[in-house]
Design a protein around this ligand. Sequence first.
Ligand code: BGC
Length: 767
Amino acid sequence: MVDIKSLLSQLTLEEKAAFCTGSGPWQTIDVERLGIPRITMSDGPHGVRKVQNIEEFGLAKSFPATCFPPAVLLASTWNKDLVQRVGEFLGDECISLDVDILLGPGVNIKRTPLCGRNFEYYSEDPYLAGEMGTAFVKGVQSKGVGTSLKHYSANNQEYQRFIISAEIDERTLREIYLPAFEKTVKESQPWTVMCAYNKINGIFASEHYDLLTRIMKSEWNLDGFIVSDWGAVQNRVAALKGGLDLQMPGPNDLDVQKVVEAVKNNELDENVLNQAVERILKIIFRAKKTKKAHIEFDKEKHHEFARKVAAEGIILLKNEDNVLPIKDASSIAIIGKMAKEPRFQGGGSSLINPTKVDNPFQEIKKLGGESILVRYADGYAKEGIDKTLIDEACDVAKQSDIVIIFSGLPFEHESEGYDRKTIKMPESHIELIKAVAKSNTKTIVVLNNGSVISLYEWIDSVPVVIEAYLGGQAGGGAVADVLFGKENPSGKLAESFPKRLEHTPSYINYPGEAGKVRYGEGLYVGYRYYDKKSIEPIFPFGYGLSYTTFAYSNLTISSKSFKDIDGVDVNVDITNTGKVPGKEVVQLYIHQPNPKADKPNKEMKGFSKVELQPNETKTVAFHLDSRSFAYYSVIHKSWVWDNGEYEILVGASSKDIRLRTKVILESTQNLPCKLNMDSTLRDWLDDPNGKFIIDEMIAQRINQVKMQNPDMEVDENQVKQELLMWAIDMPLLRMFKYVENQLPMSAEDLVKYFLTRVGVNNEENAS
Ligand code: BGC
C-alpha cells in the first residue's frame, strides 16, 4: 500500500503545483525521487486513440484500435449488459496500448439536433444517458483501467463552446443536465470527471465551485479527480479553488508559477492544492496496479464483437409489406457511395484509426451469396446534384428485384468543434432517393448519420428505412446482417426524430448571442417537449420495429399504495407473438395527473431489453424508488416527491403505451417549512401546517361576516371562495396591510406570529 499522505508531505510546494498540470499532451508528471510514476490518458470514447508520438497534441496519428460504434448507436441498443461489455473490450485495448485512462464516456444531453458532437453522446433523456454511462464506466473499470466522464456539464453545443454561458435554471440543471453525471458517479465511480469548456450561468465549468466541489465531490462523493477538458482552464488559481484537480494538457510553467505565488500570498489555501494532489496520486497508484500487458489484443475477435454491437443498435424505422428481411431476391441494386466508402464515425478527438473497416457493399455480396446478382451505382457525387449519376442509379434500380440505397450525412457534416446548420440531408441524396423510389417500389434506404436528420422530404416514397447511424468499423457487416435477417433489429431511438428543425425544443433559444445561450425550454427537452406541445415527431423517442411482434400483458404492482421508503415493484409480461426470435425494449414512464410542481406529461424511469423465442413469454421486473417520482425543489434545495396518485405507463415507445396502472405514493418526507414573509396565500395553503392556519383564519372571517350581518343567511362557501379567489396570489403580509387598523397587532407581527406557529424561525427568515 502506497502511503499517499506521506508522499504528499515529501513534495515541495513547487512540485505540488506542477503535479496538478500534465507533463505533456497526454500524461501526468512523474516524480522519480519519490517513485511516483506518470499515467497516460487517451481518447475515447468508442475506441482507444493512443497517439503514436505521445508528445504530439491534437489529432496526431494514433495506433490502430477497434472503432466500436459511437455513443449514438450504443444508446440505441438500450442494452446495458452489452454496453458494459463494450467497456470491457475497450479496457482490454487500453491495457494492450498502455493507456491508463480512457477519456469517455460523454453523457451530455442532446438538447439540439444541431450539436456537432451529438454522435458522441447517448440521448435526449437523462435516465437513458445515465444508465449507458454507468454501464460503460463499469465495463472499462472492471479491467483496472480508468475513465473520464465528460463534459461536465451543460456542454450541449459546439458553437462557441469555449466561451458560451449556458443559462439554465437550477431545476432544469438538476433534472435534465446533471442526472446522467450523478448516476454514473454514484453507481460506477469513474476515476476521473472531465469539466467542460463552457460556462454555466456565467461561471466557467473549470472554476465552478458549486458544480465541481459542492455537488460532484461533496454531494455525489466522487472518489477520483476532476480533469480539465484539454485547454479548458482560463484561470488556474480560480480553477483549483473551484475544485478542478488536474489541468490538461501540460506543461504550463506560467500557470504553475501562479499557483505557487497564490499559495505564498495566502490567496490560495495550500490545503486546496494538497487535496488536488492527493486525489491525483490516489488514481495514479490505482492505475499502476493494472499491469499493462503490451500484448496484442485479438483484432478479429474485437471486430466480430463490434459487429454484434452495431447490429443491436440498428433501428428499423419502416418496413412496409415486410420487404425485409431479404428473402428471395435474385438481384439487388446497391446504390450510393457510402456503400463502398462507409460513414462509420464522426470527426474530432474521438476519431479512431480502425484496425479494419467493413464495406457494406462487400458484406451484402458475401451474405447474399453467389446466387444473387449485385449491381452498383454511385448515385451522388461529393458535391451538388449530378443528374447523370441519378439516371444511372435509376437504370440499375429498374433492372433489379430490390434496391438498397446508402445515404445520410457526409463526414464533414458532423464533428467536434462546430455545429450543423440544418438537419437536412444533402439535396443530392434526397433527389436520388425520390428518383430511385419511382424506378423500383422495393427501395430500402439505409441511413448513416450521427444525429437526427429530417426525413419528411422522401420517406413516404419508400417502403423501408433503416437507421444504421454510425456503426463503427464493423457497421457495414452489421447492416448486411440486419438486411438478410441474420440479426433481427432491436434498436430503438434514443432521441426523437422531429419532422422539422423548427419543431425542436431549443429552436428559438439556440445558438445564443452575446456569449449566452438561454435554455428557455427548461425541462422540456426531447419527448418531454413534443408531448407537452402535442407536436407529432416523425418518429418518437423509444421507437423501433422488429421482424417479429410483441404483446404486453399482466401489468402488476406490488401494492397499489406504497411508502416512498419501500418503493414499488412493477412486473409486466412480454410475449413474442411473431415467427422469429427477437428482442424488445420495454419502457416504463411515470405520469403524475395533478402535480404540485410543473411536470412533463411523462418521464422515463425504467427500461429493460428482453430476448424472446417465438411464443415465449417473460416477465420483466422494475423497481421504482422515491427518486423515480421526484422533482428537484429549488425551495427545499432537494429532491421532493408529492403524496398521491401517479400513473405507471409501460410501452414499446414514448408514444406507444400499451399498459397503464395507478399507484398511490405515501410520502414520509419531513420537509422543513419554507414559508416566509413573502409567502402568498397559495403558498400557505400548499403547506400542510400553513393550511391549518389559513383554515382557521377563514373560519374567523366567516364569523366576522356573520356578526356583521346578523340578519342575513351567510353562505360560508361563498365567503371562502371570494377570499381565496381575489387574494390567492397575494402575500399574507400585503393582505393584512389593507386591514392593519383592525388587527390586534401590526401586519408584520401577525405574519411573524403565524410563521412561529408553523415552526419557522423568524430570525433566520429575516436574514
Ligand atoms: C475534447 C475532449 C477530448 C480532449 C482530448 C477536447 O477537445 O473536448 O472530449 O477528450 O479534447 O483530446
